[in-house]
Design a binder for this molecule. Structure first.
Ligand code: ZN
Ligand code: ZN
Ligand code: ZN
Length: 287
């Protein structure tokens, strides 16, 4: 991946936080307090914008409750880009509730393509308030067939793959995006790498760039909790599996309590092992 010469898609993080954002409501942890004191930036729920080479169209991966500011961020960087579709990973609050801003009280969009698993499409179609977006034609649902390539635009396609994750309303997908040469893997939520039938190191090595669930840094972040009950891979585990791998690994979906929000030994240790902590506004080229 090199600097864009106007022929490549761009991937831009427009948020890096776990579903509930930073600060989390009512929280007085060190990070949330730092934000309230003006010493640390607030963070939106994680989402990825994919901008076409001409800068005229873009797609969002997940529709977060922070989508207003996130679309404004894309507009500031790519003023001509129009939202051309949304891909959803699953039905937890940080990943789909931003769809509400496509409805009547907001942009009142017309047939905005929304790509989701069959289960999530059914959930949206069958349940208020989301079903109103379908009945009024604000969104057009496209069912993602798992492990099947779908073309989004000339030179850009994606594949959705199931990953194990708490699923009250829907299953959960991770996405592989494919440009002409490069590929990017996007997995904001998974219970544990070891619960997945694929080997995360092999998956990472098969992509140019991977965005991975880094909700909790280590077990000390959750005092008194049994490790086996924490439904996310700890960053310490992820780093152990992926240290010094040749591909780019970007850590996303940080819980408000995560040490990686601030400079310190945890952040340095991640960098020393060759991984990157995602930052809002950070972008990569997908050739
Ligand atoms: Zn999440
Ligand atoms: Zn907090
Ligand atoms: Zn989730």
């Amino acid at each position: 991946m090199t600097d864009s010469d106007g022929t490549a898609f761009q991937l831009m993080l427009v948020g890096v936080a776990q579903d509930a954002g930073l600060p989390q409501v009512g929280c007085t942890c060190a990070n949330c307090s730092a934000v309230l004191a003006g010493k640390l930036e607030a963070e939106s729920a994680v989402s990825l914008a994919i901008i076409d080479p001409k800068g005229t169209r873009y797609w969002l991966v997940d529709a977060t409750p922070d989508i207003r500011g996130q679309m404004a961020l894309v507009a500031a960087r790519f003023p001509r880009a129009q939202l051309s579709g949304i891909l959803l990973t699953h039905a937890h609050i940080g990943h789909y509730t931003g769809l509400m801003f496509l409805g009547r009280e907001s942009t009142n969009s017309q047939s905005m393509p929304v790509y989701a698993s069959a289960q999530l499409c059914h959930f949206i179609r069958d349940h208020a308030p989301w079903q109103q977006l379908v009945t009024l034609g604000n969104i057009a649902l496209h069912t993602i067939a798992p492990d099947t390539q779908t073309t989004l635009a000339e030179g850009l396609s994606f594949v959705g793959t199931h990953v194990p994750h708490r699923g009250e309303y829907s299953d959960t997908l991770a996405f592989s995006f494919h440009g002409k040469q490069d590929s990017a893997f996007y997995c904001p939520d998974i219970d544990r790498w070891s619960d997945w039938e694929r080997d995360i190191r092999e998956v990472v090595e098969a992509h140019t760039l991977s965005f991975l669930d880094a909700t909790f840094f280590d077990v000390n972040e959750l005092p008194g909790r049994d490790l086996s009950t924490i439904p996310h891979p700890l960053v310490t585990d992820t780093v152990e599996r992926l240290a010094h791998c040749e591909k780019t690994v970007v850590l996303i979906h940080l819980n408000h309590s995560n040490a990686l929000y601030q400079a310190g030994t945890a952040t340095q240790w991640v960098a020393d092992n060759g991984l990157t902590v995602g930052a809002t506004g950070q972008s990569w080229v997908l050739e």
